[in-house]
Every structure is written in structure tokens, then in C-alpha cells.
Design a protein around this ligand. Sequence first.
Ligand SMILES: [Mn+2]
Length: 348
Amino acid sequence: MIMTFRWYGEGDPIPLRHIRQIPVVKGIVSALYDVPVGEIWPLERMATLQRRILDEGLALSVIESIPVHEDIKLGRPTRDRYIDAYRQSIRNMGALGIPILCYNFMPVFDWMRTDLSMELPDGSTALSYDHEAIEAIDIKDGIPDLPGWATAYSAEELRSLLDAYAGVGTEDLWRNLNYFLRAVVPVAEESGVRMGIHPDDPPWPVFGLPRIITDDAALARLTEIVDSPSNGISFCTGSLGPNAGIDLIKSLGRFVRKGRVPFVHARNIRRTGERAFHETAHCSESGDVDIYRIIRELADAGFDGAIRPDHGRMIWDERGRPGYGLYDRALGAMYLAGLWEAVGRSSK
Ligand SMILES: [Mn+2]
């Protein structure tokens, strides 16, 4: 297992030289943030990023994410052009020896929260989600100021995208994911790149848009589309965790043993309702995800991929990108590494 940390490039308020001082972190999870969606990620640009990270004594372990163009998710005729570009970006990763690619297949919106700074009893703040607050919004009236999305599109673009998705049901989305994976996974395999889909966050439909990567059955269906180690899962405990119906430990163990989990996001959440939760510190005692058992399962199943502490709280008056401050994620990395060492050494 390699401990990694997400870094948003030179625009990230947290410098690499601080990240490298977290003793257990060996790898960086990053991306090129200014390549327009659908275009090829240039080899030289990725090489520059990789060299910058190497100069700090770290490895560029994971690309998170190369966004999937909406035309691919919608199954539009123009998708082949974007799929070709995606395949070339994967080849470029392979040429540089960057081994893991995290991506998602959520229509229009990425992860979504209704509050970016919910105060917890200890005075720290965390991201939270309440489906009732989402339901109360009619996005056709315009884009509300909600966190996690919306900045990528103008009101007009958003409206036309929503119209386009009006005729796209769950099975259509599966069909389009199928088409995409059949085209890109063979290239990933040839290139030595392991792709891992990130589960939908939260794991249910929002604003009437279909979401399909929401539970254990969906993960199984995904892995069956192409039988390849390059067709895997970025197992995010905090994205699947709000769905109380999932046995996270069982699901994780199952896919790790099949060699289908190149990447793990470790995050804890506290469920506050059927479709409501807030994020917490990483420790098992802080939330509803038993992180100790997650790590023990990874060790038992022989996990050899990358892991990173996912969203952290804001603590010690830190200001920064919601979920991506330095302090709480550093605590999380140390906690995860401590569990990993203890579990590994006590089983010998
Ligand atoms: Mn995640």
C-alpha cells in the first residue's frame, strides 16, 4: 500500500514541501486542471507535473481525474472523438509510468454537499449533505449557490444539459458507460494503467439525474463490463458510506481480492438521516464507517494499490479549499498508516 495525498497543483494553497513532511506520504494524487474537458492531456504537461513532484521526493501515483465529456455520458454521436482523446491521455500516462487513473461517470455534477462548513461540537467544521434541502431546489429556476458543482457551467449550458439528460435513464447511462469502457480499458491495459471508477457521491440520484455507481451490485456490474485489472474501482468509503444498505467491508474485500481496487479513498461520515450525513474526522469512533475494519480488510485481502485520506474537516483555524485543508488530512494519513502498520505487524 502506498500512502498518497491529493495536491491541486501550483494553485493549491498547500505546497508540496509541506505535504512531504507528513512522514508516511510517498505519493501524490493530482491532475492538470486547465485542459478543457474532452481534449488530450499533453505528454509534456504531465511530464512537467511529474518532475515537479519527483523533485520533492514524491511520486505522481494517481491522476484524479481525467473528466469524462458529457457527450460520452449522453451517448451522443460526437462521443467517439472524445473517447479517442481519452485513450491518448491514457497512453500518455502509461508512457510516463503513472499507474492509476481515477475517474467518475456522474452526469453534470460531481460530488455535492449542501453545507461546506457545518460546525461540529468540537468547533471544527465539515461538509454536510441533506437531501431535503436539495429537493427544495428547482434548478430550472437557475443555479443556486451550492457547493461542489455548478461553477463549470453557465445557467444556459446547465439548462441545455439538463434537457439533454431528460431522456437518459439509468439503463441508457449503463449502456454509455459500457461503450466507453470497451473502448478505453484495452488501451489502459496495454499502457499499464489501472482505471478505478469513483462511486457517485452521494450514492443516489440528484435533481432527477440518473446515478448508477451507488452500491455493491453496481460495482459488480461495472467490473463485469470488461474483465480486466484495468477496469477497477476507486473505493471511496465516504461516498458509499451514506448508503446504509451497503456492507462496506464485505464489498471492499470482494473487489480487492479480485484485483479490482487500485485506489482507496478513506473518509468517515456520520449518517444523520436516510439521505443525510456529515463528514467527520477519519477515526472509527468519529463516524459510521469502521475505518479499522476497512484497513484490516485491505491488509487481509493483500491490497497493493494507493490510498489517500479523503476530505478532512477544517481545524486549528485553517482556511482553504473545503475538504482539502492540510491539518485534518495529515492527521488522517497518520491514523491510516498507524492502523496499517499495526494490522500488518500483529498478523506476522
Ligand atoms: Mn472520494
